[in-house]
Design a protein around this ligand. Structure first.
Ligand code: GLP
Length: 259
């Protein structure tokens, strides 16, 4: 990683960068380093991936490294955090569509190594699909790096306020704050799905490394509370305070209230 990254503030689990680009490129390089390390060992790299505006530059940098530096994704197995339910995978508002559009169709990841909780199944089958999703994560050897964003209400994935810290992959009700934030992709609140499938906080907590990336002033308040407030299920991201494998990566704006 080039030495021109300015880090106004840095501790073992908190890195604050001058710009959202620097923060995102730093995260992409952490992911690329794992992929390459596992390639040398002849092993898979298991990535837990997020959607939303936050990871977009991370994925752009990974695509650039693939195109320019020959970074291969042939040993990558991916598990996405969450997906609306129900929603067709080819719906442009689905996270499945987002991931293929922003990463998967631009790199050489094998389609059978892509896992997104997009279960076009009956309600009766959902529990079985969720158990199966968790089993697939375990069978893959667990998640090596879990990339997280953070919702305005402190959710991680779609683990909304009130989610138990031992929760697993399951069907969840979406908070009004979450649905309001999703309005940018849907025409009206009525169009926004009321449910989603999300891996749980237990699944996230078992990842070998967790990177929470937050960018922009709009995340500064929830970052302050999540990192320095009470650890409570009412703010799911606060659970990360107690996990030694977490690294918070922020730009200056998102970290501006930390003290
Ligand atoms: C959605 C996703 C979360 C994401 C959050 C923040 O709710 N389920 O995984 O972290 O949005 O999105 P953004 O990065 O656009 O602020």
């Amino acid at each position: 990683m080039s030495s021109n990254f300015k880090k106004p503030f840095s501790t073992p689990n908190l890195n604050i960068f001058e710009t959202s680009e620097d923060a995102s490129i730093y995260v992409a390089h952490l992911i690329a380093a794992l992929i390459r390390e596992r390639q040398k060992q002849g092993q898979h790299a298991v990535l837990g991936l997020a959607t939303g505006t936050t990871p977009k530059i991370v994925y752009q940098e990974l695509i650039r490294m693939h195109n320019i530096e020959g970074l291969s994704f042939s040993n990558v197995i991916s598990f996405n955090l969450d997906e609306y339910y129900p929603i067709p995978s080819n719906d442009e508002r689905s996270f499945s569509y987002f991931m293929h559009n922003h990463l998967f169709q631009h790199v050489d990841i094998a389609p059978h190594n892509i896992h997104i909780p997009n279960f076009n199944c009956s309600n009766a089958d959902i529990i079985n699909h969720c158990v199966d999703y968790d089993q697939k994560i375990i069978k893959a050897g667990g998640i090596d790096i879990q990339l997280l964003g953070i919702g305005r209400n402190g959710h991680i994935g779609f683990n909304e306020p009130g989610s138990d810290f031992d929760s697993v992959t399951r069907l969840v009700d979406l908070d009004m704050a979450t649905k309001e934030d999703a309005l940018r992709d849907f025409i009206s609140l009525e169009e926004v799905p009321s449910h989603a499938i999300s891996i749980g906080i237990h699944n996230i907590s078992r990842a070998k490394k967790i990177i929470l990336l937050a960018l922009g002033e709009r995340k500064s308040k929830i970052i302050k509370t999540a990192l320095q407030g009470e650890v409570t299920t009412m703010l799911p991201a606060s659970v990360l305070q107690d996990l030694s494998q977490v690294e918070f990566v922020l730009d200056k704006e998102a970290g501006m209230l930390l003290g």
